[in-house]
Design a protein around this ligand. Structure first.
Ligand SMILES: *[C@@H]1O[C@H](CO)[C@@H](O)[C@H](O)[C@H]1NC(C)=O
Ligand SMILES: *[C@@H]1O[C@H](CO)[C@@H](O)[C@H](O)[C@H]1NC(C)=O
Length: 424
């Protein structure tokens, strides 16, 4: 080869790499942050799949940008599930306790969802304790009537943007609640009811605190009693304190009094700079399919879609009850509305399959219906769950989910992609 030729070829390669980086960047972020730097650190090749998904995103049929009229009856029944209140909480807890169903983790029909949330928000607290399992500060509340709740206190204002890696920061209490509504709108019923609750620190917590909980309280420099709790990451200097009304806000999450199995996710992250197998091996799904049933993989794909929509990159393990994955621990969503970390969708684009019912449910909520319905259902409890930026981000990511499925269909054909096994 002549020098000219080599030079030309190098230039061509350079251009190719630059294009790769450019497309990857477009796909993983919508807006450029103020400090735009070429991500030179990402020296590994950008998988062509990312570029291809982006092509499908740009050519997405208009149906995915518009509302689907078939969603109206679904929305109506969701409204009647959530727009309710008034029955006494004793009968609500009885319904919850006696609940056994193959279709959903908790009752939701005939107004049950709204009644449960209402009772979770307003029932008197009889006992407050630490909930030491897990990495994040949370309390275990025993309500009058014996129902238990987890309480994840607010750590951030809803407009705070969490920067850093995908699992950075404390849990977001609103992400827990948002994910509950999101899953219910997508017809994924294996999720615990969650609602925003405000608790008076002195009257509701301190007055009913166990000795163990009291031992994890300290006075701050303003003389306020605050909690640092008991958990893997809990530190004395990282407290939750009452606001100027003497209250603590947080997510109240219905306690699951059930035995479930815990499994490691095949698509978990390393939490350090080491790359996991799924990040290097594009045929990773083949290996997974030797270990897990198709049904379980489809279920993991369902979960990855929900995680992608909220941008939870922290699902390193998952809990299974009645052979279905329960959406537990959803506090790492809603961190940065400007970022779409596409590799959360790796289970979908690496396996290129999706349960037909999941796909139908996704197609129903196009054109803004998904977030409109979440807003509407949350409004029955009088709560704003997140900012408009986050609502827009969820809609933007939904389009990327559609594009990913279209990419798979183009590559493998719909017969291989859509599986008639119950999913979302
Ligand atoms: C939230 O915002 C309020 C006022 O806008 C501020 O006083 C407070 O410190 C913020 N809280 C957090 C956790 O950032
Ligand atoms: C609390 O202290 C630890 C060291 O014990 C430190 O790493 C951490 O950054 C501190 N947190 C805050 C919010 O200052």
């Amino acid at each position: 080869m002549s020098m000219n030729c080599i030079f030309g070829f190098s230039l061509f390669l350079l251009l190719l790499v630059a294009l790769n980086i450019y497309f990857f960047y477009i796909l993983s972020t919508e807006h450029k942050p103020a400090t735009f730097k070429l991500p030179i650190v990402k020296s590994d090749p950008i998988p062509p799949v990312i570029r291809e998904i982006n092509d499908f995103l740009n050519r997405l049929p208009s149906q995915y940008h518009n509302k689907n009229s078939k969603f109206l009856p679904v929305q109506k029944s969701l409204i009647s599930s959530f727009n309710s209140s008034g029955t006494n909480s004793k009968s609500v807890w009885q319904t919850v306790e006696n609940w056994a169903d193959e279709e959903s983790l908790f009752p939701y029909k005939d107004g049950a969802a709204g009644e449960i949330l209402q009772a979770m928000r307003s029932s008197q607290i009889a006992l407050a304790d630490n909930a030491p399992k897990g990495t994040q500060l949370k309390l275990l509340l025993l309500l009058q009537g014996k129902q238990k709740l987890y309480f994840k206190p607010k750590r951030y204002n809803i407009s705070d943007v969490i920067r850093g890696n995908i699992y950075a920061g404390y849990d977001r209490h609103n992400s827990e609640v948002f994910t509950y509504y999101l899953a219910m709108v997508l017809n994924y019923k294996w999720v615990a009811p969650s609602v925003i609750r405000r608790i008076h620190f002195n009257q509701d917590i301190l007055a009913h605190a166990t000795a163990g909980l009291k031992r994890t309280m300290v006075k701050n420099d303003k003389g306020l009693v605050c909690i640092y709790g008991k958990c893997y990451y809990c530190k004395v200097n990282e407290t939750v304190c009452p606001d100027n009304k003497g209250e603590i806000q947080g997510a109240a999450i219905l306690y699951l009094d059930k035995q479930f199995k815990v499994n490691k996710s095949p698509w978990r992250r390393s939490y350090n700079s080491m790359k996991m197998e799924w990040e290097n091996d594009f045929d990773f799904c083949k290996k997974v399919s030797m270990l897990l049933s198709t049904k379980r993989i489809l279920n993991l794909i369902d979960i990855s879609i929900i995680d992608f929509l909220i941008q939870n990159g922290d699902r390193h393990r998952y809990e299974v009850y009645k052979n279905k994955i329960i959406l537990l621990d959803n506090g790492k969503g809603l961190g940065n509305p400007m970022l779409d970390e596409i590799d959360i969708l790796a289970p979908l684009y690496q396996c290129c399959m999706i349960s037909s019912s999941t796909w139908q449910n996704l197609e129903l909520v196009s054109g803004g219906s998904l977030t409109e319905t979440i807003k509407l259902l949350a409004s029955f409890q009088g709560e704003k769950l997140t900012t408009d930026d986050h609502y827009r981000a969820v809609e933007r990511r939904l389009l990327k989910v559609y594009a990913t499925v279209k990419y798979c269909v183009a590559k493998h054909g719909s017969a291989k992609v859509f599986k008639n096994i119950d999913g979302i």
